[in-house]
Design a protein around this ligand. Structure first.
Ligand SMILES: Nc1ncnc2c1ncn2[C@@H]1O[C@H](COP(=O)(O)OP(=O)(O)O)[C@@H](O)[C@H]1O
Ligand SMILES: C=C(OP(=O)(O)O)C(=O)O
Ligand SMILES: [Ca+2]
Ligand SMILES: [Mn+2]
Length: 674
């Protein structure tokens, strides 16, 4: 090695001849020239790029992360860096105390000690906060349990990127797909467990809620709730770390609910980050005490020796305590739909109607609601490239119009295709959670047709991932109320115009059909009736919601429609599902008003008004009987379904709907006649 006199060194190459630098920095023999320069201190430096401003690797790594911009100081503190620091410290302390109170055992006097941050990052000096009961002052005694000595690390409102890192590092089954979504597994449960959803029956709820036959509210007592709550809290505190999300529900600022979700998995934290409304830094600063708290200890089972427990899963709602406990299921939809149940209790108390529906708005401000049970098309049809998306699943209807309860969408993605549903397809990118999908182990490309894990594969993404989402997610009073039924019998028309009594009849019935093959033992289409198209989530008697809907539809002149997104040309097995583009044409014709003034005829048995023509849809499919080759089979199936409707409605014949008997009588008469 020799200096050439101007600070450059040349290296001898392999065959003993010196490589000579040429003018443009490349050695003549093709090897890159290594340039160095003599500095004042006589040491050698590579000056092709400015030197890094670090002396050690640790220092270098510390340069990589910039401190997040300081959030604005709490109102009332005067400017100056010192004041900001103080209030920031005080605010963080209050926040930790609030979380500590959430996680406190209700039987032990002290603990847990909560500390902010990842336990893996030892360098962070812990800001500890320990919950001390109001009744006792903390004095260490021998009765202090180990759990009171242990830190609970809290990962508070992490960003999607941080949650990705947590999931990938610590949760088996977490992967990044080729489009940047986080693929996860929800474990043994890949759908909701309605038979394990319990509600505390106390003096108040006994009178207020819907109990008994048909009701989704399976009773439990206060004590059993506390047993399960303690089990969940102890489990969460035994972990290295827990995730805490403080977020909002409902885009209507007057009726916004503050929710806290304490969970054990980054997957659950990211899911709720996407599904609830995300607070701004300022809103988070002034968050205070949550209105409702979820303890998600889903990995941990409930104790079968506990009273009322009938399986290892229990989803427990205590309205008085404003708490929900989840044991024995990691299906994320329990959290979303659990909070929806809470809204179905809180909102009607304020004369606000809560709706299990999608909602979108046209360019001219016309709003449509899409009611329907799981898989009937709420998400698919409310996500419409020509309209503004207000929300895909949960809404409120107030004196002022509609508002979305959530901040995200939860789409079924079995057989999802980019051509048919481009907006949902494109929303599955960085930040989106993909549950139980199957992907290529090398390319990480998702195979949406693969049902190996479950048929109920799902994508959860923030609503702003849909390009024409309406933010804030509110709109004026609905013009059209569309009831979706996926009729696997193939006898309901693709579209019917309903009068108010019919709308109420079908709303209370809440019909859809499960198809054979999805559940063991189901050999033919099975009718499901779920009052208000969401019996699993309502808390009051269905007639309460129905009366409110009738009232609002009448007042605002909304038109009801029944749309069959299910089978045509025969039942499941012989017929086919109605093509999505046809359903979309029908929905377009409802939105643009053309269907309101079309020519109609009345069907037999159900007495439904069906149009004779819809633009872009073959006219022969509009009356189902035309599509069946075996007319006798059609008539038989039609009567069979009508019978099921009748039998289901018997439960409601003794109830009055609304203030006058006239509406009740009209609704009873609006069902099938035969
Ligand atoms: N004609 C149709 N109308 C609506 N959805 C259809 C139709 N045919 C097939 N589908 C499929 O049915 C599913 C509807 O699911 P989704 O919109 O998520 O329902 P929901 O939100 O009501 O649970 C989607 O996978 C969609 O692609
Ligand atoms: C999450 C759910 O909602 P939907 O199927 O209506 O989208 C569910 O029912 O579990
Ligand atoms: Ca549903
Ligand atoms: Mn949906």
């Amino acid at each position: 090695m020799a200096s050439n006199g101007n600070g450059e060194f040349t290296f001898a190459n392999g065959n003993g001849t010196a490589a000579v630098a040429n003018g443009n920095g490349t050695a003549r023999n093709g090897l890159a020239k290594i340039q160095t320069q003599k500095k004042g201190n006589g040491m050698c430096h590579d000056d092709s790029t400015p030197p890094v401003k670090a002396q050690t690797i640790d220092e270098l790594h510390s340069l990589q992360k910039k401190k997040s911009a300081p959030t604005t100081p709490i109102k009332g503190t005067q400017g100056g860096a010192f004041a900001i620091t103080l209030s920031e410290v005080e605010r963080q302390k209050q926040q930790l105390q609030s979380i500590s109170a959430s996680l406190a055992s209700l039987t032990r006097e002290t603990g847990p000690k909560v500390v902010r941050g990842d336990p893996a990052k030892q360098s962070e000096t812990p800001k500890v906060s320990s919950h001390v009961s109001h009744h006792h002052h903390f004095t260490p005694t021998i009765s202090v349990s180990d759990s009171a000595l242990k830190f609970t690390h809290v990962l508070y409102n992490l960003s999607p990127a941080e949650l990705y890192e947590q999931a990938i590092k610590y949760e088996k089954g977490s992967f990044i797909t080729s489009t940047g979504a986080l693929a996860t597994l929800s474990g043994a449960k890949t759908g909701r467990s309605p038979r394990d959803k319990r509600v505390v029956k106390d003096d108040t709820t006994e009178d207020e809620l819907w109990w008994g036959r048909g009701s989704p509210n399976i009773e439990m007592d206060e004590h059993t709730f506390m047993v399960n709550r303690e089990r969940a809290v102890d489990y969460l505190n035994s972990l290295d770390k827990v995730f805490v999300n403080d977020q909002f529900l409902n885009w209507d600022p007057e009726n916004r609910i503050k929710v806290r979700i304490v969970s054990a998995r980054a997957y659950h934290s990211l899911y709720m980050h996407n599904m609830c409304i995300r607070p701004t830094p300022e809103e988070l600063e002034n968050f205070g005490t949550p209105d409702f708290t979820i303890y998600n200890a889903g990995q941990f089972p409930c104790n079968r020796y506990t009273h009322y427990m009938t399986s290892s899963t229990s989803i427990d709602l205590n309205l008085a305590r404003r708490e929900m406990v989840i044991l024995g299921t990691m299906y994320a939809g329990e959290m979303k739909k659990g909070l929806f149940s809470v809204m179905h209790y809180l909102m009607p108390k304020r004369q606000i109607l809560s709706l299990h529906s999608g909602c979108n708005m046209g360019k001219d401000g016309d709003v449509a609601l899409f009611f329907g049970l799981s898989g009937t098309g709420k998400t698919t049809l409310s996500t419409d490239h020509n309209r503004y998306l207000i929300g895909d699943d949960e809404h409120c209807w107030t004196e002022n119009g509609v508002s979305n309860i959530e901040g995200g969408c939860y789409a079924k993605c079995i057989d999802l295709s980019g051509e048919k549903e481009p907006d949902i397809w494109n929303a599955i990118k960085f930040g989106a959670v993909l549950e139980n999908i199957v992907f290529d182990e090398h390319t990480r490309e998702v195979d949406y047709s693969d049902k190996s894990v479950t048929e109920n594969t799902r994508a959860a993404y923030p609503i702003e991932y849909i390009p024409n989402a309406k933010i804030p997610c509110v709109g004026p009073h609905p013009k059209n109320v569309i009831l979706l039924a996926c009729d696997a019998f193939g006898v309901l028309p693709p579209v019917s115009k309903l009068n108010l009594a019919q709308t109420m009849y079908h709303f209370i019935s809440g019909y859809t059909a499960l198809v054979a093959g999805t559940e063991d033992g189901i050999k033919e289409p099975t009718a499901t009736f779920s009052a208000c198209f969401g019996a699993a989530f309502i808390m009051l008697h269905p007639t309460k919601y129905a009366a409110m809907l009738a009232d609002k539809m009448l007042k605002h002149g909304a038109t009801g429609w029944l749309v069959n997104t299910g089978w045509s040309g025969g039942s499941y097995g012989s017929g086919k599902r109605i093509k999505l583009p046809y359903t979309r044409r029908i929905i377009d014709a409802i939105h643009d008003g053309s269907l309101l003034n079309a020519k109609y005829k009345k069907t037999e048995v159900f007495g439904l008004e069906i149009p004779t023509e819809v633009e872009g849809v073959p006219s022969e499919i509009l009356d189902p009987v035309n599509t069946w080759s075996d007319k006798d089979a059609h008539n038989e199936t039609l009567l069979k379904l009508a019978g099921l409707f009748k039998r289901n409605f018997e439960t409601f014949t003794n109830y009055k709907i609304g203030k006058d008997n006239k509406l009740t009588e009209e609704i009873l008469a609006a069902g099938p006649n035969f």
